[in-house]
Design a protein around this ligand. Structure first.
Ligand code: SAM
Length: 222
């Protein structure tokens, strides 16, 4: 169902049989996650607040969550993390992923495993700095309260593979779930997608993408 692939920075990604795509850029999974979600998202929002609420669309391998907990521990900030995932990966695959080895942070392996092993749909205190809620649900069927998130990591598969996750109803819902000055970051910078973001009320920033990708998007709720 999933095949393990080594990307160009040495970090693993998965290839999904169901969707016919990889979970990350083949140019480097850690490199891509750091560039888009940590550098352009988390570091940016940290300038506004030191108590941050994040929604991740597509927990997948847990790489974004791992890099986020690493950052939260390093800066000693609290990051409340809510992740949606419709199709969780198996623990067998989780145990094969090389992220904490490659980051040379063996102390994070315990948290990485707990990210995957902890119960779904339950509030978990994974660490004092990292309360976690994983929702095992389709994004389309998930509703959120208004004004609750500071930052959204939008990491669904690409519009060609999953057009239903890139339509305006989804982004209206996500816009509404963000606080004012809240931010959504994603790797997709297609014109049609940016028009949808604008129609929801987002201000768009086009930023340089990670290696292999010209642009990415940071969208801000004014
Ligand atoms: C690009 S991958 C996510 C990569 C992930 N952030 C990581 O660091 O590994 C997209 C993820 O979205 C999940 N997904 C696919 N359809 C979904 C849906 N309708 N609702 C929620 N999650 C979905 C997939 O199972 C996959 O884990």
């Amino acid at each position: 169902m999933h095949q393990l692939i080594v990307t160009e920075d040495g970090s693993h990604t998965l290839s999904s049989e169901k969707f016919g795509v990889t979970y990350h850029s083949i140019h480097g999974a850690i490199q891509e996650s750091n560039h888009i979600f940590i550098e352009a998202g988390l570091k940016y929002i940290c300038q506004q607040s030191k108590n941050i609420s994040i929604l991740e669309v597509g927990l997948g391998t847990g790489l974004n969550a791992l890099l986020t907990i690493d950052f939260a521990l390093y800066l000693d900030i609290i990051v409340e993390y809510c992740a949606i995932e419709a199709y969780p990966i198996s623990l067998k695959i989780v145990n094969e992923l090389n992220y904490t080895n490659l980051l040379d942070k063996p102390n994070l392996q315990q948290y990485f495993l707990e990210i995957h092993q902890s119960d779904w749909n339950t509030n978990i205190q994974l660490h004092n700095n990292f309360p976690l809620l994983k929702k095992n649900n389709l994004l389309e069927n998930t509703n959120f309260k208004s004004n609750i998130f500071d930052l959204i990591y939008f990491d669904a598969f690409a519009p060609n593979e999953q057009p239903e996750l890139w339509d305006d109803a989804i982004f209206h819902k996500l816009y509404n779930s963000l606080k004012n000055k809240g931010v959504l970051v994603t790797y997709c910078a297609k014109g049609a997608f940016k028009r949808i973001l604008k129609s929801c009320g987002f201000i768009i920033e086009n930023l340089p993408g990670p290696p292999g990708k010209r642009e990415m998007v940071r969208a801000i709720k004014p």
